[in-house]
Design a protein around this ligand. Structure first.
Ligand SMILES: NC(=O)c1ccc[n+]([C@@H]2O[C@H](COP(=O)([O-])OP(=O)(O)OC[C@H]3O[C@@H](n4cnc5c(N)ncnc54)[C@H](O)[C@@H]3O)[C@@H](O)[C@H]2O)c1
Length: 280
């Protein structure tokens, strides 16, 4: 029963809903009859996502909002509550990418990445948790981390650090909300064909120093992660194919595609070896 359409009811809130993974998540939840709250810093794209749901006979509202702005997220939660009387699904999906070697990234760039990727997730949960708490039905939260946490690469250090924070936050949130019957899953997308680099540049506040991303950074990152693109890069639609079943089954971790098993085994072996040395 857990992955059947009848598991889902009420409204699903998705941040970063204007594009890529978020837009695909919206279509998945709309397809099982949920009302949609599409949030994105790009109000026009959020509206397009909501319009596509309404055109298919569903229910949706959209708002332009910066997840790093706590007050704006609280206003979005009030609007969603007014429209749909609560929510049962929350996908804190926004993340921005900032390329650059660690010794080249400035403080303002660091703060931007951490404000959006970490505090954005914290703000999203803080604003919408009261709606989940008061809603009947099965309740689930999904936080978008990244495969780069499982398999870090060079020149994306600020991003990787921010996604480790998402993972740490999510693991604790899962323990704390599990007591209330609210499931929390952490999603690890691998590479996707999306607007991620472009939308990150567009969303970057004008007062932050110029982009330090270069083609050399991108090439260096790709070679440091040794990606087999045919296997590790997919469409957002492919990446979300198991999302609802995994969330319904309250899986702690959801991997979209790709395989970083060898790197994980290597990391865990090094950690276990450290334990062994610590007990000598
Ligand atoms: N594309 C990849 O290869 C990849 C890989 C691993 C993880 N991810 C993660 O997946 C998530 C979705 O990325 P995507 O690939 O779908 O990118 P995308 O660019 O297609 O979508 C991201 C959306 O977030 C919005 N956004 C950016 N900053 C925002 C802010 N401050 N407030 C509100 N909205 C904001 C953008 O306008 C955009 O519509 C991100 O967390 C990203 O880090 C992406």
């Amino acid at each position: 029963m857990a992955n059947s359409d009848s598991f889902w009811s009420g409204a699903a809130v998705v941040t970063g809903a204007g594009s890529g993974l978020g837009a695909s998540m919206v279509q998945r939840f709309a397809a099982v009859g949920m009302a949609i709250v599409a949030l994105d810093i790009d109000a026009g794209r959020a509206q397009e996502t909501a319009d596509s749901v309404i055109a298919a006979g569903g229910w949706a509202m959209a708002m332009g909002v910066d997840v790093a702005d706590r007050a704006a997220m609280l206003r979005a939660a009030s609007a969603a509550d007014e429209a749909f009387g609560g929510c049962t699904v929350l996908c804190a999906n926004v993340g921005v990418q900032q390329f650059g070697a660690l010794d080249k990234l400035g403080e303002a760039e660091w703060r931007w990445v951490l404000d959006v990727n970490v505090m954005g997730v914290v703000n999203t949960v803080a604003a919408f948790l009261p709606l989940l708490r008061k809603s009947a039905g099965n309740r689930r939260i999904c936080l978008t981390a990244s495969s780069s946490v499982l398999f870090p690469g060079e020149r994306i250090g600020a991003y990787v650090a921010s996604k480790f924070a998402v993972m740490g936050y999510g693991e604790t949130l899962r323990l704390e909300l599990g007591r209330e019957g609210i499931g929390v899953s952490i999603l690890y997308p691998a590479g996707m064909e999306s607007r991620h680099l472009e939308s990150s540049q567009l969303a970057k506040p004008a007062n932050i120093p110029g982009a330090v991303m270069t083609q050399e950074d991108i090439d260096f990152m790709l070679s440091s992660r040794n990606l087999d693109t045919a296997f590790h890069v997919a469409t957002p639609e492919h990446a979300t194919r198991n999302l609802l079943a995994d969330m319904a089954a309250d899986k702690p971790y959801i991997v979209t595609h790709g395989d970083y098993r060898a790197e994980l085994i290597e990391r865990n072996a090094a950690l276990l070896a450290a334990f062994d040395r610590g007990q000598e």
